[in-house]
Write a protein that binds this ligand. Structure first.
Ligand code: ZN
Length: 85
């Protein structure tokens, strides 16, 4: 789990751009992201205490942004913009 406000997301964004993992929406705020080994990670994007929180069930340490989280997040932000959130 990491916050878009406090985590260093630049590296994770670059990794997400390089690998371009497939992201599937389960429901608004919940996404399935394809891992490199044919596995899938579940990512949740939501707001808590004024921060944008991203939760991914991969092995990345808490507080460190991962590429799955950023890939899901970019879709989430685009969907949120469409919905006017
Ligand atoms: Zn992850």
């Amino acid at each position: 789990m990491f916050s878009l406000e406090t985590a260093n997301i630049e590296k994770a964004i670059n990794n997400a751009k390089a690998l371009h993992p497939k992201v599937k929406m389960v429901e608004f705020g919940t996404y399935e992201v394809a891992g490199s080994k044919g596995n899938t990670y579940t990512v949740k994007c939501y707001r808590a205490h004024g921060e944008k929180i991203v939760e991914c069930n991969c092995a990345t340490r808490p507080g460190v942004a991962c590429k799955h989280g950023m890939a899901a997040c970019s879709l989430h932000i685009a969907l949120a913009a469409q919905r006017g959130h």
